[in-house]
Each structure stands twice: as C-alpha cells, then as structure tokens.
Design a protein around this ligand. Structure first.
Ligand SMILES: *Cc1c(COP(=O)(O)O)cnc(C)c1O
Length: 703
C-alpha cells in the first residue's frame, strides 16, 4: 500500500456516514461525489450510495482516492458542510424566536425524497419529502411518520402497443438508507396494532433527512402471520381492506411508535386523510388519561391537530363502507364506549342520517382537527365550497378552512449549472431572501449567455435520459432502435404527471390536423416529451397512457414526441431542468396545486397552463402563459373544446414565434427575459421553506 493511500476501513466508515443521511441528496457536490467514485456502479445501483458502498470493497475505494486526491477534498468539504448544518444554532426557527416550543409530528402515507428511496407515488409524496427537507433546513423541531413498503409503488413498463405493464420490485431494506430503530439493550423498537382481532407487530425504521428523523412502519416481520406481513407491501396497492389496514398501521401504529421512542409532539399534522386514524389513537389516550367521554377527548386534541386536504377530486378522499369501518374499528369503539352509530358518526357529516353512508377519512379529520387547510388559494375556496355544509349555517367565506400554497424544495430541483450562475451573479444569501427582497431583481442582470448555457446543459441531460430510457425499453422488447429526432435548438415542451383523466394528458392530440399544422412548420418545429404513470386500478388513466403512446407513433410525430417510461424523481428532475415549456392542462378547478410547474419556473422554464392550482398565484403576466379562462362551463365537452382551442392559439401566436425570434447571435432575447422573470418571481414565493414557515405561523404555532 502506498503511504498516501487512505485507511480503507476509516474511509468506508466516513462514506457510510455521508450516505446514511439523505442530506447529501440536495447538496450540489453530493451526487457528483458518488459518481466520481464509481461512474458505472453509480448508474447500476440507480443512484443509491448505500447500495454502491455495499458493492465496493474498502481497498478499491481507497485506491480510487489515492489515484484522485481531489476526492478527499470533496468528501471533506461535504463533511464539514454537514457538520456546520447539523450544528447551526442560527436557523430560521431560531431567528424567528423559536415559535415551536415542542415538536411537530407530521404523518403522510408517502415520502418522495430521492429516487434511491422508493417511498412515493407522485405529487403528495414529493410534497411530503420537500416539507421534511425544508423543516430540516429551517431548523424546525420536527419528526415525520410513514410506512415502509417492501415493494414500493408500482413501476411502469410500456409494451410495444403502449399498454402500461405494472411491475413491483422486492426491495432489500438493508440496501436502502433506512435502518431499524432499537431501544434499550439494542432490542428492535416494535409496537402493536389491533387488526381484526389479531395483534399485528410493527417494526419502526428510521431514515435521516438532515436534522429530521423520518420514522417508517413495517409489518413484514417473521413473527406476524402471512396475511399481516403483507399489509405494508405496496403503496396504494390492494383493495379497500388493505387500505384500511395500512391506515390503521400508519395512524394508530404511528402514535404508538412515537410514544415508544419517548417523543412528545405538541403539534400533530395529518397530511391528507390516510393518517386520520391517528386522532382515534389520541382520543383513546385522552380517555385513558381521564377525559370524560369522546367529546371531551376530542376537545383536548383538536387544538393542536392540523389537517391538510390535497384534492377536490371525490375519489381522492378515502371512504370505507360502514360495515368495513365497524369491523376494523370495533375495538376502538368498545374502549371508547361508542356504539356502532356513534363510531360511524365520526366519519360522517354532522347530523347525517346513518344507513349506508360511508366512513370518510377527511370528515374524521374535520371532526377532530381545529386547523384545516387546502394547498393553494383557489383550492382553499373550492374546499370551503365542498365542505361548507360541515359547518351548517356558516356563510362560505367563514368556513374555517384556510390555505397554505404548496412550495418545492429549490435546492433539490434547481439545476446545478443554473445555481452556479446565480451564485456568481446574485448577492450572497439570495436563497434565503423573501420574494420582496431586492436581491431578486439581480436575476434580471444575469448575462443572457449564462442563463442560456445553463438551460442548454439541462436540456442535453434531459435528452440523454430520454434516449437511455427509450433504448433500454426497446432493447427489452426486441424493437428496432428509436428513430430519435430530438434536437437541442428545437422548442421542447414537457408534460409529466399522474395520468388521471382530469389532467387531460391527450388534450393536445384532440385536434390532430391542427397539431400537425404547427409541429413541423415555420417558424420552427416543436418536440414534446411525456412521462407519467396511471394507477393500476385506473382504466381510463391507462387508456390515456396508451393514447399518448400511440399518438407519439404517428408517422409525423415519430422521433419528436416521446413517452418516457417509468416517471420517477430522476425523470422529473431532468424534465423540469431541461424543458423550454411546461404544459399543464387540467380541468379547472380539479388541480389542487400542482408543483411540477414551480420546479420548471425555478429553472427558467416557462409554464403554459390552465389558471388552476398554484398558477393563478404564480402567473405574473411575464413569466409564462395561461390557457383558457377562469370560468365554469356547461359541460366537460364544452370545457375541453374551449381549452384545446385556447392551447393551440397560444402555441401558434405566442409561444412558438417567441421561441424562434433570435438575434444575430442566435439568442432568443425576449424569451430569455421571460425565463428570468420565471426564476425571479417563482423561486422565493414557491419555495418549500416559505411553505413550511407559513404552516408554522398560521397552523402549527396557534396550536
Ligand atoms: C413534482 C413531481 C410530481 C408532482 O407534480 P404535479 O405538478 O403535482 O403533477 C410528481 N411526480 C414527480 C416525480 C415529481 O417530481
């Protein structure tokens, strides 16, 4: 061994410490370090450093570090940054006078933190992940609770006809970033949840996300009978029976896990109705602690209970048949002295006649939480309409549902090249300034060439990923190579989301002659990249996947329109950092917020969007375009036709001509002005730090 070869054991231990905290995933030097250690290995392990380190032996890594001394400096810099981060005593929460005296416990069914940790399906999970990251960044006393899924969420293969083929991976938890929590004597921390007269044992796992611990619950234990082991197998998999069992584990098991670890939250945040059962467990605790009956127990817990609703779509609210709810909750009712109707009333509208009306997890939250919110201003309004009759007699504008507009974790989504440019040209500390601060005006002064170069780098990365995924898919299916016509100087539109019917993924294909008329014509062509999964039970959604796939195989569109397989965080990041325009055309007002468009704006992409969700707040007149009008329509058909017409008009008259309006040097100067407006107006206002700060001021601290 050469004298300057580092000690292999020590080196591996240092790398394991870095890999064991997902903090690395939002540092500009994080992923590049892993990739520099073993470029091919990094791709093979799907960007999972825990798995990478398990594959490499210490001597190999030490040799690599000896060969390239800069690696040691990069590792040491990350270690120093992390130490500074974890020890910071001047966080936003400190400077705000520590408004949270105790601890916030946040419950969610999914967490999308990084592609290497498969604990998310889509928007709700990414939002929870970004919430956790910002809670860590701003120094909030905060823990998060969820489930650990053996098979994660469904992965998507697309066959030769464009049919979505579901695929579940059997994950090895040892190769993921989660680790079992242990208690006194090193014994694993376990809790018990009653499931239909049986006792289900639940293991608690921990994932470190900077300063925040994410606790995940797992029923796949040898000591459980087979039918209980599978409860936490799949995220949003199985039928209603599985779902209610999962929600019992999340809600009841989650509170018990928190107690088992000796934590005492002072605020409980139910992120969507999947976790509402947590308040049944808290009612049970209050009754054991002397509350006289359920109403008094509710009075004791409601003030520090926060509930966020995330969708105006009916099917998005979990409901269980009364017979099923009663079977699963009889143990609770018995302990609480409730009869069948008394129990079911907790999940129904006030004064609702019983009968067959279901037990609704959103209504359970409304019965037990004082602080309620939607996720954008318009969604707050829609929610007050939807749920107004819960507070019979109150005028709509007094219905106690407020809103906190969603945000995204900018350090996770803004491209490294662009961040470097902004670092070079903006006053120090720009990241932490509120939207009203003059630092943001400096974005307009960044040289056009620099912005364009950063954007072009993102676009190249996106095309690489699109080609890689499509080549792998075609090789798997034995199809001919892809006749790729992607070009860097061509206007590139992105569309990626869950393929739910209201999002209208195929709206642009509703008038093929008109689309063909603009796609390959002066002033220049257009290319469109799609990605998105449909839930395996959503037949219409899967039909949409197939529609888009088949449209992309129209002879005139081949090679210019592509549906990228298996939408995940890696694809999402590449898309938001590489597209010129982000298309968003849901049926208003069904999109509660939407967050992908925020990520696009922060990277200088321009939104072309229906005035739904966050866009009425985000649209400034010069940072993108609107589609359609903020009105209602007599029928879905009329709405779809009007919106499609508006979409085409925008493309024909505004978007395409502006993109191809170039100066002598080939730069689209007016387009660049809009890109800067997007970065300047959206980054501070739709940052998840701002979102979590709003939760602190308006929902957590009052509790
Ligand atoms: C941001 C993101 C979402 C949510 O985006 P919407 O605009 O709400 O559809 C979903 N999936 C991934 C992978 C994302 O990055």
């Amino acid at each position: 061994m050469r004298s300057d070869t580092p000690d292999p054991e020590r080196l591996i231990a240092r790398l394991q410490a870095l890999a064991g905290d997902l903090w690395w995933s939002w540092q500009p030097g994080g992923a590049p370090l892993w990739s520099a250690i073993d470029r091919d290995g990094w791709v093979e392990v799907a960007h999972n450093p825990v798995a990478l380190l398990a594959k490499l032996d210490g001597a190999t890594v030490a040799a690599r570090f000896a060969e390239e001394p800069a690696l040691e400096k990069r590792l040491a810099a990350l270690e120093a940054d992390r130490e500074r981060y974890l020890g910071d005593t001047d966080t936003w929460h400190d400077r705000a006078g520590q408004p949270i005296r105790g601890l916030v416990a946040y419950f969610s069914a999914e967490y999308g933190i990084h592609e290497s940790f498969p604990n998310y399906s889509g928007g709700l999970g990414i939002l929870s992940g970004d919430h956790v990251k910002s809670a860590s960044d701003i120094g909030l006393p905060f823990v998060a609770v969820g489930l650990l899924y053996r098979n994660g969420y469904v992965r998507q293969h697309i066959d030769g006809e464009g049919r979505q083929v579901p695929r579940y991976v059997d994950y090895d938890f040892d190769a993921l970033v989660c680790r079992p929590v242990t208690g006194p004597g090193g014994r694993p921390t376990r809790v018990e949840v009653p499931i239909l007269g049986e006792t289900c044992r639940v293991q608690v796992w921990r994932v470190r996300v900077g300063r925040v611990d994410l606790y995940l619950l797992d029923t796949d234990l040898e000591e459980n009978p087979e039918h209980l082991r599978g409860i936490t197998a799949q995220l949003y998999g199985g039928g209603h029976e599985t779902r209610i069992k999962q929600e019992l584990v999340l809600g009841v098991g989650g509170v018990r896990a928190i107690r088992a670890m000796g934590l005492s939250p002072t605020v409980w945040h139910l992120n969507e109705g999947h976790s509402s059962f947590l308040n049944l467990e808290r009612i049970r605790e209050q009754l054991a602690d002397g509350a006289e009956g359920v109403p008094q127990a509710i009075d004791r817990i409601r003030e520090n209970s926060v509930f966020t609703t995330h969708t105006p779509v009916e099917a998005g609210h979990d409901r269980f048949a009364p017979e099923m709810a009663w079977r699963h909750l009889a143990w609770f009712a018995e302990g609480a002295g409730l009869d069948r109707e008394g129990l079911l009333a907790l999940g129904r509208w006030p004064r609702e006649p019983g009968g067959q009306s279901p037990f609704n997890m959103t209504l359970l939250a409304m019965h037990t939480c004082t602080h309620l919110n939607g996720v954008a201003a318009l969604h707050g309004e829609v929610s007050r309409q939807m749920f107004g009759r819960f507070w019979q007699g109150l005028p709509e504008d007094e219905v106690p549902i407020t809103h906190v507009t969603n945000g995204v974790h900018a350090p996770s989504w803004q491209g490294d090249a662009l961040t470097e440019v902004l670092d070079a040209h903006l006053p120090a500390g720009w990241r932490d300034r509120p939207a009203t601060h003059p630092v943001w005006a400096a974005v307009d002064g960044v040289p056009d060439d620099d912005i364009w170069a950063a954007h072009s780098a993102g676009k190249a990365t996106l095309f690489d990923l699109a080609r890689r995924r499509e080549s792998a898919r075609r090789a798997r299916l034995g199809l001919d190579a892809w006749a790729d016509r992607l070009e860097p100087d061509v206007l590139t539109i992105g569309f990626a989301r869950r393929f739910a019917p209201y999002k209208r993924a195929d709206l642009i294909f509703s008038d093929m002659p008109r689309l063909l008329g603009i796609l390959d014509r002066a002033p220049g062509p257009v290319q469109i990249l799609y990605a998105g999964k449909a839930h395996p039970a959503d037949r219409l959604g899967q039909q949409l996947v197939q529609n888009v796939y088949q449209a992309s195989h129209h002879p005139a569109l081949m090679g210019r329109v592509l549906l990228i397989e298996d939408y995940d965080i890696e694809v999402g990041r590449a898309l938001v950092q590489g597209v010129d325009v982000w298309l968003n055309n849901p049926r208003r007002p069904k999109e509660a917020s939407g967050t992908s468009g925020m990520k696009v704006s922060m990277n200088g992409g321009l939104n072309l969007s229906i005035l739904d969700g966050w866009w009425p707040e985000g649209y400034s007149g010069d940072n993108g375009w609107t589609i359609g009008e903020a009105r209602s329509y007599p029928s879905v058909e009329a709405q779809d036709a009007a919106d499609a017409d508006s979409l085409f008009l925008r493309l024909e008259r505004d978007v395409i001509p502006l993109y191809y309006e170039r100066d002598a040097g080939g730069l689209p100067r007016r387009w660049l002005r809009m890109m800067k407006a997007a970065i300047r107006t959206v980054t501070p206002r739709f940052h998840s730090d701002r979102q979590v700060q709003d939760y602190v001021h308006h929902l957590y601290a009052p509790g």
